[in-house]
Write a protein that binds this ligand. Structure first.
Ligand code: HEC
Length: 190
């Protein structure tokens, strides 16, 4: 999806009109900045839809992902994904029965017991993690660490590999607990 307007890439200029020139006219250009290139936009146009639309080429595997996780994620999220406060846990399947999160706010929501889409995990990690260096992982790295987390949550078998097709095909344990929001942004808003 190409929803990020090009001007974001070159910055927003506000309130720079030179009042002392005595003209109310806005110049055709401000004479600063440049048009965003396709490469500029590509660095920002990263969103992945729940369907998997927008997933990049490449692949990764859980074995590599486990090593990456220990090197780049475990200091905050724990060696086994148990979370080190205030950083959230990333692994957990309990409670496996029912979906009592609304009744008990103390229950911990994790990838394994709560996230409805695996594609969102890729999207989230690629755009935001590691917290101190978001965007530093290559796409194969993100596939690998996503595979590792899905193995740790008992969603994929040990040593699994992932690419765009296999990631989009995963059915998360909590998938049926959510209704897909198919609003188009107009009158049909429920
Ligand atoms: C410096 C600490 C730090 C590091 C390193 C780090 N994270 Fe995080 N992570 C966080 C914090 C804090 C949050 C919660 C952010 C929020 O809720 O806004 C988070 C949230 C997450 C979440 C969402 C959890 C949820 O259920 O809401 C995932 C997934 C995740 N991190 C994966 C990773 C991965 C993969 C790595 C390594 C590549 C990583 N993180 C490295 C601090 C860290």
């Amino acid at each position: 999806m190409r929803r990020i307007p090009a001007w974001i890439a070159v910055g927003l200029v506000v309130g720079c009109q030179a009042a002392d020139e005595g003209t109310a006219e806005t110049p055709a250009t401000w004479g600063i900045g440049r048009a965003a290139t396709a490469a500029d936009i590509a660095t920002l146009d990263l969103d992945v839809a729940p369907s998997g639309a927008g997933l990049p080429p490449g692949s990764g595997d859980a074995v590599r992902g486990a090593a990456l996780y220990q090197a780049q994620c475990a200091t905050c999220h724990g060696v086994n994904g148990e979370g080190i406060a205030p950083n959230p846990p990333l692994v957990g399947r309990e409670p496996r029965e029912g979906f009592p999160f609304g009744n008990d706010p103390k229950l911990v929501r994790t990838i394994g017991n709560y996230w409805p889409e695996a594609t969102t995990l890729f999207d989230y990690i690629r755009r935001t993690m590691p917290l101190t260096a978001p965007g530093s992982l290559s796409d194969p790295d993100v596939y690998s660490v996503t595979a590792h987390l899905l193995v740790a949550n008992e969603i994929l078998p040990a040593g699994a590999t992932l690419d765009s097709a296999s990631l989009a095909a995963i059915r998360m344990p909590a998938r049926d607990r959510f209704v897909r929001d198919n609003r188009q942004g107009g009158r049909e808003v429920r």
